[in-house]
Design a binder for this molecule. Structure first.
Ligand code: ADP
Ligand code: ZN
Length: 222
């Protein structure tokens, strides 16, 4: 079986992060989320963090050179050799081309692109009420995905916080960037026959079961 090298596409608030986590659990491969990598760099005040901060606070994309260098480092780590779920990269056709080149250097290519379809109104209501763990970045939502104990991460006991860029004006900007710059990737990957579209609603059986079904359908597990 081919190693699963999967891209998850979806607007901010589409539930991309939660699906990425579930998919990685099902397939036993790492989640590579450029947003999480940036937040880690911000927290540790690295050089990358310093450059990225202004862009992230404004809801804009961090320049490609910075993002691609950070991604290249992450992809070079041994765990990524078994496959990966990319969450938050690529975000533009330009970045998709950069990714192709990066993977080609080690004879790899993307095996599937999963697009999570969701309406704009639904997105705004989801982004309001979103929280992440300040320690391990696990995503939560006051309505859709509550932690067992208020304000505390189920996985690591860390404190749950609202991200700075989940403020209304930044949310609007990020949605615009998604429509203008990221959405064309749906057509880009569809033309290559790589696109699978899924709904943003979770079935009664739960996200893990949904991601297991999807993995079977895509041929990653028997
Ligand atoms: P969301 O998917 O909810 O918008 P992310 O956590 O994926 O949030 O990203 C947060 C921010 O990090 C983005 O608004 C952007 O500023 C920056 N970022 C993440 N991934 C990329 C990328 N591939 N290219 C440029 N900037 C990025
Ligand atoms: Zn946690």
């Amino acid at each position: 079986m081919e190693k699963p090298r999967i891209i998850l596409l979806g607007a901010p608030g589409s539930g991309k992060g939660t699906r990425a986590v579930a998919l990685c659990e099902v397939l036993g491969i790492p989640q590579i989320a450029t947003g999480d990598l940036f937040r880690k760099n911000l927290k540790e005040m690295t050089e990358i963090g310093k450059i990225a901060k202004g862009y992230i606070d404004r809801g804009e994309l961090v320049p490609d050179e910075v993002t691609a260098a950070m991604l290249k480092d992450r992809l070079a780590q041994p765990d990524a050799k078994n496959g990966f779920v990319l969450d938050g990269f690529p975000r533009s056709v330009k970045q998709a081309e950069i990714l192709d080149k990066l993977l080609a250097e080690s004879g790899e290519k993307i095996t599937s692109v999963i697009y999570i379809k969701v309406d704009d109104e639904e997105i705004v209501s989801r982004l309001t009420g979103r929280m992440i763990c300040s320690k391990c970045q696990a995503p939560y939502h006051v309505r859709d995905h509550k932690p067992a104990k208020d304000g505390v991460c189920d996985k690591c006991g860390g404190e749950l916080i609202v991200r700075d860029d989940d403020k209304p004006e930044t949310i609007r900007k990020r949605l615009k960037v998604f429509h203008d710059v990221t959405f064309p990737l749906v057509e880009f990957y569809s033309a290559r026959g790589l696109l699978a579209e899924i709904k943003s609603e979770t079935s009664a059986r739960g996200i893990n079961a949904d991601m297991k079904d999807l993995s079977k359908k895509l041929g990653f597990i028997a």
